[in-house]
Design a protein around this ligand. Structure first.
Ligand code: OAD
Length: 295
């Protein structure tokens, strides 16, 4: 049972002022002002994929679909590849919260890796849906820097493992045969190198251990304010953070559209960059970002 009624931006600023351990849960909406599309808006990635004729746009990021036909992912992945070194005012807000010793953790669903461009320490960020920083072979499990896949992704070509042993040795056992010519189709399938998959979390995959370890073992008990920014909160388990936190923890939602499936103490509708700039103004904090100068 919440003890107090909160409604206004002034209330939100007061909650932030009084908090010491804020969880900020972010989604694709915090990067759209940089020209990066979100997923579910009219101009979002899923809408675009649907227009291109994909009946189930989420299949692009579905593990079982990837295992059957990785070319679907590789055809469309260029749209989600990180392309910028910049950051939005909302990314900067995370750093400002941390500078004021208020940020417990930023749980981001984004794979664009832009939070760190503000100078925010990696220790403050949980990339709930992984990132393009590394990639893993689906066959031999070798990990490589994700950048090795970028050219393939940009060209829309499937990237295969370059480990010379990949595909010649059943995973977990010693190499038993060498590649020979004139093998049957079945042998060819056996010796083919594995497909590389960026370490972003697909539907059907477990989230990185860090998510559960940090939230359930620590943050859930420490958090004294939740701020959700630029996310539709439609994808579990990240969206479950809202429900799992004790009801005594106030919750603020900053988004273009309201959330119909969770009740927040305060909903601040609008462009998140403008909203966080206003909150900083109310708090007397500087949010120096070139994109805000023209406001
Ligand atoms: P969504 O596209 O579902 O939601 C983004 C929300 O941000 C929408 O409600 C927009 O209205 C809002 N929004 C967009 N731009 C905004 C702005 N400038 N200011 C304020 N609000 C804005 O994206 P996510 O919630 O991040 O997962 O999606 C969650 C997950 O679904 C993604 O991580 C991805 C996707 O499937 C995987 O691929 C596993």
């Amino acid at each position: 049972q919440k003890l107090q009624q909160y409604n206004t931006p002034e209330d939100a600023a007061e909650l932030i002022n009084n908090a010491r351990n804020i969880i900020v849960l972010t989604g694709a909406g915090v990067s759209t002002s940089l020209g990066i599309p979100d997923f579910r808006s009219d101009t979002g990635i899923y809408t675009k994929l649907a227009q291109l004729g994909l009946s189930e746009p989420q299949d692009v990021f579905d593990l079982s679909t990837f295992l059957i036909d990785p070319s679907i992912f590789y055809t469309f992945a260029k749209d989600v590849l990180p392309t910028t070194e910049s950051f939005s005012p909302t990314h900067l807000f995370l750093k400002v919260l941390d500078d004021h010793h208020k940020l417990l953790t930023n749980y981001t669903q984004n794979i664009d890796n832009l939070e760190v461009n503000t100078g925010l320490s990696r220790e403050k960020i949980v990339q709930c849906h992984g990132s393009f920083a590394t990639a893993t072979c689906m066959k031999c499990k070798k990990k490589v820097p994700g950048a090795q896949l970028y050219d393939y992704i940009r060209k829309g070509e499937v990237a295969y493992c370059k480990n010379p042993d990949c595909g010649t040795t059943p995973v977990g056992s010693k190499r038993q045969f060498s590649v020979t010519t004139g093998s049957s189709d079945e042998d060819d399938a056996e010796i083919a190198p594995g497909v590389m998959k960026p370490d972003i979390t697909f539907f059907g995959e477990k989230l990185p251990d860090e998510f559960e370890d940090r939230f359930e073992k620590r943050d859930i008990n420490m958090c004294d304010l939740l701020i959700c920014i630029g996310t539709s909160l439609k994808v579990a388990p990240v969206s479950e953070i809202v429900r799992m936190l004790p009801s005594s923890v106030p919750q603020i939602y900053i988004n273009r559209q309201p959330c119909r499936h969770y009740q927040f103490d305060i909903t601040l509708l609008g462009n998140c960059d403008d909203v966080v700039a206003h909150l900083c103004h109310l708090l007397g904090w500087e949010l120096n970002h070139p994109m805000l100068k023209s406001l």
